[in-house]
Write a protein that binds this ligand. Structure first.
Ligand code: NI
Length: 211
């Protein structure tokens, strides 16, 4: 029998029901993130991607169990081995962990495929619906009001200037709405994109006022 527990993630005010397999993975992920200094890619990002994946996945008829596990593990490689090629690193860790837990090979390979293809900078492109949903959820968390907040958190972490952060909107954030694979995510992305455009307009107006 699968025992559910209710975990309240205070940092992100998100409550989620987890089954036993998820719970073990969640414990592992939480442990990994304990040592991680980044706030822009912290554990609350993982939980938002998890929740977005489930929300989008239900509408897109994806396998929710594959999605949940993939979302929880999608960035562990970034935490343990750095940003570069982190999707491949996360996928490798997921494969080892899930194999150790004795999960079915087919299930593992679907989780691994989704994780491999989720990254903006990675070379792999998503094929399965689960991979597409995870990619969309991760990118949605980089845009809109949350995206703006994360952009400047990242700027603080890496001492990136305001000017450079504005460039980042044009180099990456404004491109993301056109990189959505699912219709559900695309709709959310358009709203978030419009808000970012408004924000940037205001930011530029305030900066121009000083010239
Ligand atoms: Ni991510």
């Amino acid at each position: 029998m699968i025992k559910d527990i209710f975990i309240n993630i205070l940092s992100s005010s998100i409550s989620v029901r987890f089954n036993d397999v998820e719970r073990s993975i969640l414990e592992y992920v939480k442990e990994v993130y304990k040592k991680y200094k980044s706030v822009s890619h912290g554990f609350d990002h993982v939980m938002r991607v998890y929740n977005l994946s489930v929300k989008i996945g239900v509408k897109e008829n994806a396998d929710i169990n594959v999605l949940k596990i993939a979302a929880l593990l999608h960035d562990v490689g970034r935490v343990l081995y750095g940003e570069r090629e982190h999707a491949l690193k996360s996928a490798k860790i997921a494969k080892e962990l899930l194999s150790k837990m004795g999960l079915e090979k087919e299930f593992i390979s679907r989780v691994v495929e989704a994780i491999k293809a989720h990254s903006f900078s990675g070379k792999e492109r998503p094929v399965s619906i689960e991979a597409k949903v995870l990619s969309d959820a991760d990118k949605l968390d980089a845009i809109g009001a949350i995206g703006i907040a994360r952009c400047f958190m990242y700027a603080g972490e890496h001492k990136r200037s305001l000017e450079k952060s504005i460039e980042h909107f044009y180099e990456k954030l404004f491109l993301l709405k056109d990189l959505m694979y699912t219709k559900t995510a695309k709709e959310i992305a358009i709203q978030r994109h419009i808000f970012m455009e408004k924000y940037l307009q205001e930011l530029k107006a305030e900066l121009n006022m000083l010239k």
